[in-house]
Ligand binder design. Sequence first.
Ligand code: PEP
Ligand code: MN
Length: 436
Amino acid sequence: MQWPDLPTAQRPSWPQDGSLERVRETLASYPPLVFAGECDVLRSRLADAARGEAFLLQGGDCAEMFDSATADNIRDRVKTILQMAAVLTYGASTPVIKMGRIAGQYAKPRSKDTETRGDVTLPAYRGDMVNDFAFSPEARRPDPDRLARAYHTSSATLNLVRAFTTGGFADLRHVHEWNRGFIANSAYARYETTARDIDRAMRFMDACGADFDAMRTVEFFASHEALLLDYEQPLTRIDSRTGNPYATSGHFVWVGERTRQLDGAHLDYVSRIHNPVGVKLGPNVDPDEVLRIIDKVDPDREPGRLTFITRMGAQTVRDALPPVVEKVTASGAKVVWVSDPMHGNTFESSTGYKTREFDDVVEEVRGFFEVHQSLGTIPGGIHVELTGNDVTECLGGSEKILDADLEKRYETACDPRLNHQQSLELSFLVAEMLSQ
Ligand code: PEP
Ligand code: MN
């Protein structure tokens, strides 16, 4: 496929020795990671979310790392998402669409091209798909072979995710038992009522003869930011059923806040593929620009095609979101509105770590729900950075992670993630918001 030569924000300075072109050819020869038919299923699920008949839970690492793609890490992330989804399903009384930031989330946009430590300045880390996190000139040099490694690691990850979600691990009865274990900790006594209600609902279903064996498998979708078009373009394939191009690197891809220029390569790319796609919207977005994004990416106003992932900040969401939602609603476009309560709430702790406060995360979601409630529009889902591990990267939560705790297990390569407990706690709080 030929791609127009458009300005491409955040493109790494690849070596000019032909290695990038060779890797692109190799990627183009590899099998797709997902099937176009699965992307179509997801689009119809997202159309349900746009109507309030489903709720999207999208979560995972800010930046996946090759060395972290271990069985245990993948299992624990999937487990966390399944546990959250069970709680949200109860709160929303609708199906929850489960989607990982997983199996492809290997590239990061950076605000600065370089990083300085002491008197040494080196190229910024741009994700394992580009360079290495270690702070040395060799590690930070962009290496096109990493694009192929990202493909293989994504392939292995997705294979295990599919095994977990269809092979019995996702059985609702197990997920429910895990959630009972979480609530047994007295720190979470506040959620006991909801937990007891879910327990009663499970027993009611059982008494009615519900077929729990049919609930041993779940649909699980993979998503990542379509940041590196040198990875996405060679993995874009024509669907033999329809003749339409699809990104086959994941079911859903999104364009980030730093790369959504109307005349840029990223929006052009997602406008050409037929997957459901997302666009992030920050607090300074111009509502008229949002309408032009819709015209470009979703000219046919196809249900489920376009998701706006808003990341406004806890203090800003109630002012910045309404004008955008009003304008889009008045235009007649039907999009999925999703809250990313992470990226507008990042700050540096007194101990020098990039962090987020659990209460701010909750507050942004609360503001998001309030705005949609007052406008009569639909809050369609949440997008969170999380891990299944007991890291200490975000402050607060009922286990009260303090500034001084951050150094204990601060493991992220980029933005701070909610740990397993904070993620579950968030799901209980959002379930309460959904059921009000
Ligand atoms: C991200 O999702 O990790 C990210 C960089 O988000 P945003 O584009 O919203 O800043
Ligand atoms: Mn991030």
